[in-house]
Design a protein around this ligand. Structure first.
Ligand code: NAP
Ligand code: ZN
Ligand code: ZN
Length: 347
């Protein structure tokens, strides 16, 4: 065992605070690395506050993890000491089910091991995430990142990046499509970058009129303030795809009305309460309501390589770990431009 330092929530009502815990001994196929930066995902906030009802405490959040390898097991082939390395939302899975064999570990039918707020594959040992100084995982769940990119700005690719890249690739969103991105936060701003890179016409649907200039800088072609009924009317029946990254309750029926006949609304945001969808919102235009969860390991590596080739990173604000609660408060107000990243040197 090695001693690790982190920030943990001890319960759904306690603030995050310094906490020491143990990381496992490096096994032959394990990679250990020092965490240099960790992105702050809205899922961290949902889970710290037990908003999805499945939280396990103590909880060390964080699943957008980048750093430098300090130790490798005797059988490790992919990494050597000193390499840059990253971990996203998963640290293991059963590896034997049909989905795992296809590289869709996020849909492991036996239950994958999330990077935090979950259990290792022994179904006993809790996992602890990236608000900490080091991590150990099987090399198959550790990713390569390019030396060329700003390391801190790469961190959010590990969740916000792959969660938006994966559905856009699955539904083959590209040149002939009109894509709406709902919510310009961590996930939303990455969705804009990927949508533009894949050749789609991208519209941001936002509650914050103050984000228009940023949206255009990110490459968005149009910007609609969803509180403005007139602007919404102009895009009724307009979109082929809607990628919905909203973290709070919102009216899906309203957004479904913006899809053309046969269009697809893809949920990636996970509000605390279930949505009420009227069947008429779907049947009128033979519309589909779909969802997508993060991404598997091969696709996450593909996304990181795509980002390196196209010079794509996240727009970030680096924070001191002591300011994590201020960051959460701003996140709740939709005031994230566009991902907080913890500088782990401040731990
Ligand atoms: P975030 O940075 O806080 O962004 C969410 C954005 O949603 C806000 O910036 C805001 O954008 C918009 N929004 C907030 N409240 C709203 C409301 N009441 N009505 C309409 N829009 C609202 O959060 P994030 O880190 O991108 O995460 C977004 C959601 O995705 C969270 O629920 C998270 O848990 C989930 N998530 C899912 C997956 C997955 O695998 N499916 C992976 C990661 C995260 P505007 O100011 O532009 O309106
Ligand atoms: Zn996340
Ligand atoms: Zn599996």
């Amino acid at each position: 065992m090695t001693l690790a330092k982190g920030y943990a929530a001890q319960s759904a009502v306690s603030n995050l605070a310094p906490w020491n815990f143990e990381r496992r001994e490096v096994k032959p196929q394990d990679v250990q690395f020092d965490i240099l930066y960790c992105g702050v995902c809205h899922s961290d906030l949902h889970q710290v506050k037990n908003e999805w009802g499945n939280s396990m405490f103590p909880m060390v959040p964080g699943h957008e993890i980048v750093g430098k390898v300090t130790n490798v097991g005797s059988a490790v082939k992919k990494f050597k000491v000193g390499d840059l390395a990253a971990i996203g939302c998963l640290v293991d899975s059963c590896r034997t089910c049909a989905n795992c064999k296809e590289g869709l570990e996020q849909y492991c039918t036996k239950g994958s091991s999330p990077t935090y707020n979950g259990l290792e594959q022994d179904h006993k040992t809790p996992t602890y995430g990236g608000y900490s100084n080091s991590i150990v995982a099987h090399e198959d769940f550790v990713l390569h990142i390019s030396e060329k990119l700003n390391l801190a700005a790469v961190a959010p690719l590990l969740c916000a990046g792959i969660t938006t890249y994966s559905p856009l690739r699955y539904w083959q969103v590209g040149k002939s499509h009109k894509l709406a991105v709902v919510g310009l936060g961590g996930l939303g701003h990455m969705a804009v970058k990927f949508g533009v890179a894949f050749g789609a016409e991208v519209t941001v649907l936002s509650t914050s009129s103050s984000k228009e200039a940023d949206a255009r800088k990110l490459g968005a072609h149009k910007f609609v303030v969803t509180k403005d009924a007139e602007s919404l009317k102009a895009v009724t029946g307009y979109f082929d795809f809607i990628l919905d990254t909203v973290s709070a309750e919102h009216d899906l029926n309203l957004y479904l009305s913006l899809l053309r006949t046969g269009g697809t609304h893809i949920c990636v945001g996970v509000p605390t309460t279930p949505a009420a969808v009227h069947a008429f919102s779907l049947i009128g235009g033979r519309r589909s309501l779909a969802g997508s969860l993060i991404g598997g390991l091969p696709e996450t590596q593909e996304m990181l390589d795509f980002c390196a080739a196209h010079n794509i990173v996240s727009e970030i604000e680096i924070i001191d770990i002591k300011d994590i609660h201020k960051a959460y408060e701003r996140m709740l107000k939709g005031d994230v431009r566009y991902r907080f990243v913890i500088d782990m040197a401040t731990l």
